[in-house]
Ligand binder design. Sequence first.
Ligand SMILES: Nc1ncnc2c1ncn2[C@@H]1O[C@H](COP(=O)(O)OP(=O)(O)OP(=O)(O)O)[C@@H](O)[C@H]1O
Length: 240
Amino acid sequence: MIHAKGIWKVFGQGENRVEALRGVSLTIHKGEILAVMGPSGCGKTSLLNCLSGIDHISKGTVEIEGQNIHQMKEKEKDRYRAEKMGFVFQLYNLIPVLSAVENVELPLLSQGVRAKTARERAEEVLTRVGLRERCHHRPGEMSGGQAQRVALARAMVNQPGVIWADEPTGALDRETSKMILDLFEHFNRVDETTVVIVTHDPAVAERADRIIYMDSGRIVQERDTRRKVNSPVCMRGSNE
Ligand SMILES: Nc1ncnc2c1ncn2[C@@H]1O[C@H](COP(=O)(O)OP(=O)(O)OP(=O)(O)O)[C@@H](O)[C@H]1O
C-alpha cells in the first residue's frame, strides 16, 4: 500500500514560486490500477515523481509498504526504486545503441545479477510482451508500440511491486495504446503489480480501477470505475 499524507511540492522562490502540489493525501492499494487525470500543469507528473521518490517533497510524508521513502538517504532511495519500482514514460527512454534484450537486462545487471540469469529473465519478460523475435533489434528498428513494449518489459523485469507510468500511450495510436494497456492489465492480474498511470486520455483512464482528477495541485474528484459512481473528494484521495 502507498500512503501519501499532506504532500506539498514547491518549485522556485519569490516571483518564481510554483506550488505544483498543495497538500495532497492519497492511498493507493496493492494491486490497484489508478489513473491520474487533469489539465496540463495541474501537477500530475509532480505527484508521480513525489510518490515514487524521483523528486523531493517540500512537506508531507509518503509511505510505501510502511517505509517512509523521503526519509531514506539518496543511495538507499535509489536502490529501493531500482528494486521495487518500474517506470514507463511517454517517449520510452530506451538506450538507442542497445538491443531490446540489452535494454531490458540492464536494470538487473546494474543490481549485480549474473549475466546469464539477467539474459534469461530479460528474454522471458520480452516473450511475455510478445517480442521474443525482436530481442536483438535496437529501438530505432522498432515501431512506437514495440518500443513501448520493450520499455514495459524493462520496467517489469525486476517484478516490481508498482509501475509508475507517465503518459505511456501519449505517443501511440488507439489500437497500439489498447495493446499496451492490455499488457499493463496482464502484469497487474498475473503479478499483482500496482499500476499508476498519468494520462490525458479518458479511454485510457477508463481501464483503471479508480481515477483521480487533479486541478491546481490538488485532488478535486475521484471515481471508482468498477462501481461507476462519482464520489466526493475525501474518500480515499484528499487534500490537506
Ligand atoms: N522543475 C520545475 N521547475 C519549476 N516549475 C516546475 C517544474 N516542474 C514542474 N513545474 C511546474 O509545476 C506545475 C505542475 O507541473 P506538472 O508537470 O506536475 O503538471 P502536469 O499536470 O503533469 O502537466 P502536463 O499534463 O502538461 O504534463 C506546473 O505549473 C509546472 O510548470
